[in-house]
Design a protein around this ligand. Sequence first.
Ligand SMILES: Nc1ncnc2c1ncn2[C@@H]1O[C@H](COP(=O)(O)OP(=O)(O)OP(=O)(O)O)[C@@H](O)[C@H]1O
Ligand SMILES: [Mg+2]
Length: 451
Amino acid sequence: MSNMILVVDDDKLVNEFVNETLTRAGFKVHSALSGAEALKLMQENEYDLILTDVRMPEMDGITLLMKIKAVSPDSVVVVITAYGTIENAVDAMRKGAYDYILKPFSPDEIEIVVRRGLEHRALAMENKVLRAQIRDKYSFENIVGQNRKLLDIFDLIQTAANSKATILLTGESGTGKELVAKAIHYNSPRKDMPFIRINCAALPENLIESELFGHEKGAFTGAIKQTKGRFELADGGSLLLDEVSEMDLGLQAKLLRVLQESEFERVGSGLPVKVDVRLIATSNRNLMDEVRKGKFREDLYYRLNVINIEIPPLRERKDDLPLLIEHFIQKFNEEDERHIEGLSEKALRLLQSYPWPGNVRELENLIHRAVVTSKNSVITHMDFPSYLALGPNAEMSDMLSEPITISEGEKILILKSLERHAGNRTKAAEELGITTRTLRNKLHEYGMTDN
Ligand SMILES: Nc1ncnc2c1ncn2[C@@H]1O[C@H](COP(=O)(O)OP(=O)(O)OP(=O)(O)O)[C@@H](O)[C@H]1O
Ligand SMILES: [Mg+2]
């Protein structure tokens, strides 16, 4: 269907000239010789773009523009004004015109401005649809997505929320495990009780036990008073054990006991404490592999893995990219008081060809940066770091043909290696000749993960 355009000008010759030019360019064009006639036509037809002269007897173009914007704020209006009256154009832009054309103009000029206006409208409409979808359908407790697997996860969250069964959330870093854990808690009968989180990877081994179970005064140097652990703080609510695979075997035994008997002792105390806690554990390693390697207790694995929710990496659900991008643009527009309207086609293609080793978190960071630094109202491919463009098939020599810094080069090597091993960090680190911890730190440094 071709786009409908309305031309408003009291000067018959100019009106016809514009009408013919645009008709020849393939648009469906209507003409009005006054503002009143234009408004009447607008009641009968839906126009994608309205071109109006500014100086007209009776109703001038600026008044018409304001009337149009009052009833349909999304309409794209372009004003035509005589050379030397640029202040009219500025005034019109302030009042919501999309663009202006100065008389005299050539057919090419009209066509270019009209096409640009229509593109802008298409993008705005698309964003509007996405926004509505995010609000109504494809979002559950801030988890955005419409990919089949993600919709299944939404269902699973609702079922799991109603039971007290322990849940094991697996998925690469940045896929949204914490988000899902929160959704489970806040949809469960425990929602008014505490949601407590502990990251097993972030704490030194000797501290985890007292963090989990609390301690008595004097239990160890520095224990100056009795302190409750996370299990007690979470009583009646839910406890998120992040990166449970990082716990040592001794602590795993203690955890198993809590799960079996719902009781434990504070460090330095012989008295059992009883709690009612719903446990949610996460891991970005394959726990069964850890069991095989003897690093994770098999009995604990089965205790935790009553309900397993596996969140797919972003590269396996790229159909969610447009929704996620729009979601983050909105989020950062609000937070940073920006007015970004969307993403150019080329930028979207760039993001679609990238393998996303840092998953949704990496996407969120990149969009944040682009929203803050973009000089236009539309984010373009130029607003993203250059290493994104080195698609899966780029040769090393292509990559190095442009001047880059050492750290950019490092980023490329890491990305290529992760890509070859489908995001498996252990294998990538091995190949790169660094430890997984170093790799983790580097990914963190580049904003691809936050732990
Ligand atoms: N589907 C989604 N919709 C909207 N935001 C998302 C989605 N998935 C992840 N995010 C956002 O991405 C970021 C990372 O998510 P989250 O912290 O839940 O990941 P994670 O799997 O726990 O990562 P890690 O293993 O590194 O701890 C968060 O800011 C989160 O809000
Ligand atoms: Mg997490």
